[in-house]
Write a protein that binds this ligand. Structure first.
Ligand code: OGA
Ligand code: MN
Length: 278
């Protein structure tokens, strides 16, 4: 079984495929192409187990380990990573609160991960949808005068900036801890090897280089507001059995609010990056 239909004109496709087709890799090339064109692909009712999610991920590219695990020297075997607010399940859960705000995964790396894959394991009783926006389409449709203001601009990104969204008055010690997780300077407009361009924004975007704070916030918020407006976005309401994959190089995403004690649990795998920001 293989059926594809678009969820919105500028973002998202819903794919109905049986497990055997997904795991065989016969559609892998097609999935990669669709991913680049549509930004986010929903495999409704795929019903993948953890082992199957890992297997499916590997049909699409190189399996990527979590940076936090690499730092701790805990890579070990390939496994799924728990996305939860429960620190008993994920000791780094506090960092994941950044996901309530629009972001790109892995902006501290020069080569960001290609794609993230999420499967629902336990749903929140309330909230906990995931929203996506297409940053290629947002760039393409941006008015020319704004395009001219963006071209050639660089933006400083930092992990600590993303954490201030949910923890605005950290202790000094906590700030230093966040700072040890990195900073990166990235182009505001990413020209991909394909020639397509996308906007690079999100909760790690701290300041446009060469602009004062006020002008920098003005531009970045204006662009985020544009990129996340309805014509570029898709909101996924999770059902058990869903697996969703997003092109992390041409989209931003965020979780909509859910309670920290809601029990919500997602299992994530990632595809290693294939192209540096440029
Ligand atoms: C992620 C993420 C959003 C969500 O896993 O990278 O941002 O809805 N998840 O859990
Ligand atoms: Mn994320």
């Amino acid at each position: 079984m293989w059926e594809v239909c678009d969820t919105a004109p500028k973002i998202g496709s819903l794919i109905r495929a049986d497990k055997a087709t997904l795991l065989s890799g016969v559609r892998a090339g097609e999935i990669r192409d669709l991913l680049e064109q549509r930004g986010v692909l929903v495999f409704r009712g795929a019903g993948l187990s953890d082992a199957e999610q890992i297997e499916f991920t590997k049909t699409l590219g190189t399996f990527a380990h979590e940076k936090s695990e690499q730092r701790a020297g805990q890579e070990g075997e390939d496994h799924v990573y728990p996305i939860t607010m429960d620190t008993a399940i994920n000791p780094n859960a506090d960092y994941l609160k950044g996901a309530f705000f629009w972001h790109i995964d892995g902006t501290m790396a020069q080569v960001p991960i290609r794609a993230s894959i999420l499967s629902a394991r336990r749903l929140a009783a309330e909230g906990g949808d995931t929203e996506f926006c297409n940053t290629y389409a947002a760039w393409d449709d941006l008015p020319d005068d704004l395009k001219a203001r963006c071209e050639g601009r660089q933006v400083i990104h930092s992990l600590w900036r993303s954490q201030l969204y949910h923890d605005p008055e950290p202790s000094y010690a906590k700030l230093q801890q966040w700072k040890s997780c990195g900073e990166n300077t990235l182009p505001l407009v990413w020209t991909h090897q394909s020639g397509r361009k996308s906007l690079v924004l999100g909760n790690t975007a701290q300041q446009v280089v060469g602009m004062d704070v006020s002008d920098s916030e003005d531009l970045m918020i204006r662009l985020r507001d544009w990129a996340t407006s309805p014509q570029f976005t898709y909101r996924h309401k999770w059902e058990m059995g869903d697996t969703v994959i997003w092109d992390n190089t041409g989209t931003m995403h965020r979780a909509t609010w859910y309670a920290v004690d809601s029990d919500r649990l997602m299992h994530r795998t990632k595809l290693e990056g294939e192209e540096a920001f440029a």
